[in-house]
Design a protein around this ligand. Structure first.
Ligand SMILES: [Zn+2]
Ligand SMILES: [Zn+2]
Length: 337
C-alpha cells in the first residue's frame, strides 16, 4: 500500500509499506480522507520532532471504511467510520478523573503512533464511531476538527445571547464560531486573511478585519463591558496580549491555540475583572458524538470549509500551500485516488 513518511526538515516522501495487521481488539480500515491541520503544520516545521518518529506516518483527522473488525465490536466491513486518534493508559490520575484524552501517557495516532496518511490503518475498535450515510466523504473528514470545536464551546460554557469573540478564523476558529452561534451566542471572529474573511462572512458571521481596532470594536459591540467569552485560536502573541482586555467581569478566556513559546500577557485584567482562563485541547467521546449530530443535522455546515482536496503524492505541496497562508481553509488528502 502507499503511505506518506515524515522524514524531518520539511520533507515527506511517498513509498510502499506492508499492509498493517490488526491486533485482537483492532479494526483494519481503508482510509478515504485525511485532513491536514495546524498540528500537522507544526510537525512539518519540525516543532514536534521530539514526538514524531523519523519515517513516521502522520494524519489524525481520518475518515475511513471498515475492512474487518472484531465480531463483538458492533462494526463490520463497509461501515463508514471516524475514530478518536487517542491511545491512553486508563489507569493514571487523568484517566481516572475521566480525562483520558489528557492521559499522562497519552499517545496520539498520527503524532507518536502511525496515523492515516496511508491506504490502510489499524485502530482499536473501541475508538471507532459510525458516520451517518447522509454525510459525504469530505464532510466526514471534518468531524475531527468539529469535535475540537464542540469540546471548546462546551468547556467555555457558552450560553444563549452570550457575546463571543474568536481570535483566529482558520478551520478551528470558524467551527468554534459556528458551534457557538448554534448555541444561541452572538459571535464575531478576528481574522486577517481576506479569503477566510469572505468565507466567514458567507456564513453570516461578523468579522473583525485587519483594519479594525479589536479593543474599540469590542467596546462598541458590548457597551464598553467586554465579551462573555473569548477564544484564542491564533497562536499569535499579539492576540494573546490582547485577549484579557476584551473580556467582561467574571468572563471566560479559552486558550485553544498551541503557544509553543512563553509569551507576555496582560494579567492585570485577569485580576481586575476576576477572569477565568482555561486551556482546551482535544476532545472526549461525547464531543465526537455531538460533532456527528451537528454535522449530520446540518446545524453546522462543514462542506464550505473544505478548500482543496489533494492526492497523497501531493502532500508535500499541500503542506507548503497550507503553511503559506494563502487562499485556503481546509486541505484534505484523498486516499482513494
Ligand atoms: Zn487536528
Ligand atoms: Zn492515563
Amino acid at each position: 500500500m502507499r503511505a506518506a513518511f515524515y522524514q524531518g526538515s520539511r520533507t515527506f516522501t511517498i513509498g510502499e509499506a506492508p499492509l498493517p495487521a490488526p491486533g485482537p481488539a483492532e479494526a483494519l480500515l481503508r482510509v478515504r480522507r485525511v485532513g491536514i491541520c495546524g498540528t500537522d503544520l507544526h510537525i512539518f516545521q519540525g516543532h514536534l520532532d521530539h514526538r514524531v518518529p523519523k519515517g513516521g506516518v502522520i494524519g489524525h483527522e481520518t475518515f475511513a471504511e471498515v475492512v474487518e473488525a472484531p465480531a463483538a465490536s458492533g462494526f463490520g466491513p463497509g461501515d463508514r467510520v471516524v475514530f478518536e486518534p487517542l491511545s491512553f493508559c486508563g489507569a493514571c490520575r487523568a484517566c481516572l478523573m475521566g480525562a483520558s484524552y489528557l492521559c499522562y501517557a497519552l499517545k496520539i495516532i498520527g503524532v507518536e503512533l502511525p496515523g492515516g496518511m496511508r491506504e490502510y490503518c489499524t485502530v482499536p475498535a473501541a475508538r471507532l464511531l459510525k458516520v451517518p450515510a447522509t454525510l459525504a466523504d469530505d464532510e466526514a473528514a471534518m468531524i475531527e476538527p468539529l469535535a475540537v470545536a464542540t469540546h471548546d464551546v462546551a468547556r467555555a460554557q457558552v450560553r444563549p445571547d452570550d457575546r463571543v469573540l474568536v481570535f483566529g478564523g482558520g478551520p478551528i476558529g470558524a467551527l468554534i464560531a459556528l458551534v457557538a452561534r448554534h448555541r444561541g451566542a452572538r459571535v464575531a471572529v478576528v481574522e486577517v486573511n481576506p479569503f477566510r474573511i469572505d468565507l466567514l462572512e458567507a456564513y453570516g458571521l461578523e468579522t473583525v478585519g485587519p483594519d479594525i481596532d479589536v479593543l474599540r470594536f469590542t467596546n462598541d459591540w458590548t457597551g464598553g463591558t467586554g465579551v462573555d467569552v473569548a477564544f484564542e485560536v491564533t497562536g499569535n502573541p499579539a492576540a494573546a496580549r490582547l485577549v484579557t482586555d476584551v473580556v467582561r467581569v467574571w468572563g471566560t478566556i479559552s486558550i485553544v491555540a498551541i503557544h509553543a513559546e512563553p509569551i507576555p500577557m496582560n494579567l492585570y485584567q485577569m485580576f481586575a475583572r476576576e477572569l477565568v482562563m482555561h486551556g482546551s485541547r482535544l476532545y472526549a467521546r461525547e464531543d465526537w458524538e455531538e460533532a456527528i449530530r451537528l454535522a449530520a443535522s446540518g446545524a453546522v455546515e462543514v462542506a464550505p470549509l473544505v478548500s482543496t482536496t489533494i492526492r497523497l503524492e501531493e502532500l508535500q505541496r499541500g503542506m507548503e500551500q497550507a503553511l503559506a497562508g494563502g487562499p485556503v481553509m481546509k486541505v484534505l488528502v484523498d486516499l482513494t485516488t
